[in-house]
Design a protein around this ligand. Structure first.
Ligand code: EPU
Length: 423
C-alpha cells in the first residue's frame, strides 16, 4: 500500500541526530553472512525495509535471523540452494548479492533480476563477467539469472566500469574459490571495505579493499563472527543538506567525517558553517547560500546518491548551479517534482541547471525513487505550506526512523497510510 509523508515546511531544525549503519553495506553484509557455516552477528544495522526484505529472503533459503531494530544474528547453517527466480528478490536492487554469495557457497544459484530504484539502465554485465571468469556458466532465463559452476577458480578480472555492486559480488563469489583472484579497476567505496572486513573476520583472505586492486586468496570455509557496520554516509549527507536548507544548529553524530569529504567541501563552498569533530559534525545556520557546481563520480568523488537532494538545496542559493551526474545520467526524476513546488531548472542531457533564490511551495509530489524522495524531503522542509510526498515507501527503503529523527530536530512531519507505521 502506498504511503504518504506529510511535511509542514518552514520549521527550523535544531538538535542532534544519530546516523544508522550504512544501507549499502547492510544489503551486502547480510548476503555475505550466508557464506559462513555458523552464526554471524551484525550490529548497528539500519531499520529500513530493504534490510527487512533481506531477512525474509534468508528465511526463504532456510536460514534463521533473530533481529531487533539495529542488530541481527544470522544463522546460515541450514541454508540450502533454493532457487529465487521471483518474489522478494525483485523488491531491491541489492538482491544481486545473492548471486555471488549463493554461487560461492553452493556453486549454483538462481536469482530473479533485481528491482530497486529506476535510475536509467542499470546493467549487471560486469558482475556476470566476473562470475564467468571464476568458472561459472551464466544464463538469463525469463527474468532470472541462472549460475552454475563445476568448480570456482580464482582469476584476474578487470572491471570495464568501476562498479560497487560488481566489486562486492565478485568478492563474495571468490572468497571460497580455489586459488587467487585479482579484481582490477575495483570500486573504492567505504562499503566495499566494510564487506571485506566482515569476510576477513569470517576467515577470508582479502587484501586491498578500498584501493583499485583487490587480491583474494580462496579459503575452504568461513565461520561466524561479530561485526559492527560503518555509519551511513548517504544518510549523514542527507541530514547535512537538510540542516543546510533549514537548520539553526544541527549536530550529526555517528559519522566517519572522511567519508563525507565531498559533501562537506561543497556545503562549505556554499557558505554553510561546518565544524568537523572525530565522529560528529556540527552544521551551523547558513545565512546566504552561494551556488556551487557539482559533478558526481565514483568514490571518493561526489556521491551520486547526494546529487538529488543537492538539487533541492540549490534552489535556495544565490546564482545558478550546474549539477552533472556522470554515474547515472538519467537520475533526475526529482526535477519534475521539484518544478511542481516552484523550483526552476533547465535539463540538458546528464546536467541540470538549478536556478537559485526560488520560493518553494508545498504541494502533492511523488517520491519516484529513494534519493528523489530525499530531495523532496529537503524541499518540503524549506517550502511554504504542506508538502505531501506520495509513494514514500521508497524513502523507507533507505532512511530508518525518518519521522522520529526529523521530529526530534523540530520538523513537522507525519505519515498517512493504511499500513502500520514503520517510522
Ligand atoms: N554499471 C555497468 N555494468 C555493471 C555494473 C554497473 O555498466 O555491471 C554501471 C552502472 O550503470 C552505473 C555505474 O556502472 O553507471 C556504477 O554502478 P554501480 O555498479 O557502482 O552501482 P550499484 O552497485 O548498482 C550502488 C548503490 C547505489 C549507488 C551506486 C553508485 C547499492 C545497493 N547501491 O549501486 O545506491 O548509487 O552504487 O554509488 O549499493 C542508493 O543508495 O540510492 C543507490 C542507488
Amino acid at each position: 500500500m502506498a504511503n504518504r509523508l506529510v511535511i509542514e515546511g518552514g520549521k527550523k531544525l535544531s538538535g542532534t541526530v544519530t546516523i544508522d549503519g550504512a544501507k549499502n553495506s547492510a544489503v551486502a553484509l547480510i548476503p555475505a553472512a550466508i557464506l559462513a557455516d555458523s552464526e554471524v552477528t551484525l550490529e548497528g544495522l539500519p531499520n529500513i525495509s530493504d534490510v527487512e526484505t533481506l531477512y525474509q529472503i534468508v528465511g526463504e533459503l532456510g536460514g534463521s535471523v533473530e533481529y531487533n531494530e539495529h542488530k541481527a544474528i544470522i544463522d546460515p547453517s541450514e541454508i540450502v540452494d533454493m532457487p529465487l527466480p521471483s518474489g522478494n528478490v525483485k523488491k531491491l536492487r541489492a538482491s544481486y548479492y545473492l548471486m555471488g554469495a549463493l554461487l560461492g557457497k553452493f556453486k549454483k544459484a538462481v536469482v530473479g533480476l533485481p528491482g530497486g530504484c529506476y535510475l536509467g539502465p542499470r546493467p549487471i554485465d560486469q558482475h556476470i563477467k566476473g562470475f564467468e571468469a571464476l568458472g561459472a556458466q551464466v544464463t538469463n532465463e525469463q527474468g532470472a539469472i541462472y549460475l552454475r559452476a563445476e568448480k570456482l577458480r580464482g582469476a584476474r578480472i578487470y572491471l570495464d566500469v568501476v562498479s560497487v555492486g560488481a566489486t562486492i559480488n565478485i568478492m563474495l563469489a571468490a572468497v571460497l574459490a580455489e586459488g587467487k583472484t585479482v579484481i582490477e579497476n575495483a570500486a573504492k567505496e567505504p562499503e566495499i571495505i566494510d564487506v571485506a572486513t566482515l569476510l576477513n573476520n569470517m576467515g577470508a583472505s582479502i587484501k586491498g579493499a578500498g584501493t583499485d586492486t583487490i587480491r583474494i586468496h580462496g579459503v575452504e570455509k568461513l565461520h561466524g563472527c561479530h561485526h559492527t557496520i560503518i555509519p551511513d554516509r548517504i544518510e549523514a549527507g542527507t541530514y547535512m543538506i537538510m540542516a543546510a536548507a533549514s537548520g539553526a544548529g544541527v549536530k550529526i553524530q555517528n559519522v566517519i567525517p572522511d567519508h563525507l569529504e565531498g559533501i562537506t567541501a561543497k556545503l562549505i563552498e556554499m557558505g554553510v558553517p561546518i565544524d568537523v569533530h572525530e565522529d560528529s559534525l556540527e552544521i551551523g545556520e547558513a545565512k546566504d547560500l552561494k551556488k556551487v557546481d557539482i559533478k558526481t563520480y565514483a568514490y571518493p568523488g561526489f556521491a551520486t546518491d547526494l546529487q538529488q537532494p543537492m538539487t533541492a538545496l540549490l534552489t535556495q542559493a544565490e546564482g545558478s548551479g550546474i549539477v552533472t551526474d556522470t554515474v547515472y545520467p538519467d537520475r533526475f526524476k526529482q526535477i519534475a517534482e521539484l518544478e511542481r513546488m516552484g523550483g526552476k531548472f533547465k535539463q540538458n542531457g546528464r546536467s541540470v541547471v538549478v536556478y537559485g533564490k526560488t520560493a518553494l511551495k508545498g504541494t502533492k509530489v511523488t517520491a519516484t525513487d529513494l534519493r528523489a524522495g530525499a530531495a523532496l524531503m529537503v524541499a518540503g522542509l524549506i517550502a511554504e505550506g504542506k508538502t505531501e510526498i506520495l509513494e514514500a515507501e521508497h524513502i523507507e527503503r533507505g532512511y530508518g526512523n525518518i519521522i522520529q529523527k526529523l521530529t526530534g530536530l523540530g520538523a513537522k512531519i507525519y505519515k498517512e497510510s493504511g499500513e502500520p507505521s514503520i517510522s
